[in-house]
Design a protein around this ligand. Structure first.
Ligand SMILES: *Cc1c(COP(=O)(O)O)cnc(C)c1O
Length: 398
C-alpha cells in the first residue's frame, strides 16, 4: 500500500533556502556562532501601542467568533483612509479592499481566482517566488521577465512579444523590490498601467516594502496612476512597516473585479483574519507615519555600517535606498561558490542571488535585520578569513 501526492506538487520547487540551511546547520554543529544575513523578517518587536491594542481586543468575547470574510468594516475603512492619506488614492472600502492573512496569502490565492489553464502570468526574476508558484498551482504558465541592473532592475515591457502579451492574464511587479532593493519611478508605473490596459492584463503590484524607504521620497502606489484602478490590484502588508510578520495581516486594494474575485475565492477557503489582529492592524495604521522614524533610522545605520564594511574589504555593494536588502555583485560572479566560502570560512550566511532566478546569478542578498554589533563582527570575520572583493582573491588561506 502506497499513497501518492498530487502531480502538481512537482511544480513546487524545494524550499529556496534548504541547501543553505544545511550548510548553516553543519557550521553550527562545528560550534560556529553563525551570523545570518538571510532573514527577511524584522528583528525588532511590534511597537507597544499596537501590541496593547491587540491584547485588549483579544480579551473581548465579540472577537472570539468568526470574523467577517473580507475583513471588518472598521479595518477596511482604516485601510482606505490610510491609502488616501499615504497615496492620495480614493477607494471604496466595501468593494475595493479585502483584508488578507498577510499579503502572501492574497498573492498566493489571486491566480486561482484569475488564471485559467494555459493562461500566462508575467513574473519578475530575480523575484519573490510566490507569484510563479501560485500561477503554476492554478494551472497557469509563467513567462519570466528578467530584472537587470542596466534597466534599474525594472522589467523591459517593450521586449515582451505581442503573442505573449496577448496570452498574459497577470503582470507581477514588486517595488520597492525584493531582492534587488530597486525603486520604481512614476514613469515606469505609467508604462506598466498602459501595457496592462492595452493587453487586458491584471497588473498585480506587491507593495510590501512601500514604507521601508531609506533615502529620498517614498515609494509610489500604482493606484496613483490614472486609469489604474480598472486593471490593477495592489498588495499591502503590515509586516515590514510595523514589525508585524507574526501577526499575519495585510490587505489588497484596487480593481473591484479582482478584489471581488479574490474575496469570493477566499470566503470558500479561509475564514478571514482574527478580529483582534485586525484591531491591532487598525492601531498600527493609525500610528503611521510616527512608527517609521526609529525604524528607518535603525535600518539606515545598519545599512551604512554594512556597506562601508564591505567596501572596506574591496567589494562594491550598492547602498540601497529602499527595503532592508543589500543586493551585492560578487567578485568572479559565482554567487553559490561565494556563499559557500563565506559560511565555511567566516561563519557568515548570505543568500545566493541565483536562488531568486537565473538573472540573480552573480549577486548575493544580505538583509539588515540584525544588530550593528553582529554586522561589525561579520565584517571582522571576513577580514580575518581573507575574504575580500578581489577576483579569485576571496581565499587567502595561510
Ligand atoms: C515579506 C514579503 C511579502 C509578504 O509579507 P506578508 O507577511 O505575507 O504580508 C510579500 N512580498 C514580498 C516581496 C516580501 O518580501
Amino acid at each position: 500500500m502506497k499513497i501518492f501526492e498530487a502531480r502538481r506538487m512537482q511544480t513546487i520547487p524545494a524550499y529556496l533556502f534548504a541547501d543553505l540551511d544545511r550548510k548553516k546547520r553543519e557550521a553550527m554543529a562545528r560550534g560556529v556562532d553563525v551570523i545570518s544575513f538571510t532573514i527577511g523578517d524584522p528583528d525588532l518587536p511590534t511597537p507597544d501601542a499596537i501590541v496593547r491594542a491587540g491584547q485588549e481586543a483579544m480579551g473581548d468575547p465579540r472577537n472570539h467568533r468568526y470574523p467577517a470574510y473580507a475583513g471588518s468594516d472598521e479595518f477596511r475603512a482604516q485601510a482606505a483612509a490610510w491609502m488616501k492619506k499615504r497615496f492620495g488614492v480614493d477607494l471604496d472600502a466595501q468593494g475595493e479592499i479585502v483584508a488578507l492573512i498577510g499579503s502572501k496569502e492574497g498573492i498566493a490565492h489571486l491566480p486561482l481566482a484569475m488564471i485559467d489553464p494555459g493562461d500566462l502570468s508575467l513574473c519578475p526574476e530575480p523575484g519573490y517566488p510566490v507569484y510563479a508558484v501560485a500561477t503554476r498551482l492554478a494551472g497557469g504558465e509563467v513567462h519570466y521577465l528578467p530584472l537587470r541592473a542596466k534597466n534599474g532592475f525594472l522589467p523591459d515591457l517593450d521586449a515582451v512579444e505581442p503573442g505573449l502579451a496577448s496570452r498574459a492574464k497577470m503582470l507581477w511587479i514588486n517595488y520597492p523590490n525584493n531582492p534587488t532593493a530597486a525603486l520604481a519611478d512614476r514613469g515606469f508605473l505609467e508604462k506598466a498601467v498602459a501595457f496592462c490596459r492595452k493587453h487586458e492584463i491584471l497588473l498585480c503590484s506587491d507593495c510590501a516594502y512601500s514604507e521601508i524607504v531609506l533615502d529620498g521620497q517614498g515609494a509610489n502606489s500604482v493606484l496613483q496612476i490614472e486609469g489604474a484602478k480598472e486593471v490593477a490590484i495592489e498588495f499591502h502588508s503590515l509586516s515590514k512597516s510595523y514589525n508585524m510578520t507574526g501577526w499575519r495581516v495585510g490587505f489588497a486594494a484596487g480593481s473591484a473585479t479582482a478584489v471581488g474575485a479574490l474575496s469570493t475565492l477566499k470566503s470558500n477557503l479561509d475564514s478571514g483574519v482574527f478580529d483582534a489582529v485586525q484591531q491591532a492592524g487598525i492601531a498600527a495604521m493609525r500610528q503611521w507615519p510616527e512608527n517609521l522614524k526609529g525604524l528607518l533610522s535603525t535600518y539606515q545605520s545598519r545599512r551604512d555600517l554594512l556597506v562601508e564594511g564591505l567596501s572596506g574589504l574591496g567589494f562594491e555593494p550598492p547602498s540601497p535606498s529602499a527595503t532592508f536588502y543589500v543586493w551585492m555583485p560578487v567578485p568572479g560572479g559565482d554567487d553559490l561558490e561565494f556563499a559557500a566560502k563565506l559560511i565555511e570560512r567566516a561563519g557568515v550566511l548570505v543568500t545566493p542571488g541565483s536562488g531568486f532566478g537565473p538573472s540573480g546569478r552573480g549577486y548575493v542578498r544580505l538583509t539588515l535585520t540584525l544588530a550593528e554589533d553582529r554586522i561589525a563582527k561579520a565584517i571582522e570575520r571576513m577580514r580575518k578569513a581573507g575574504i575580500d572583493g578581489s577576483i579569485g582573491g576571496s581565499g587567502g588561506s595561510p
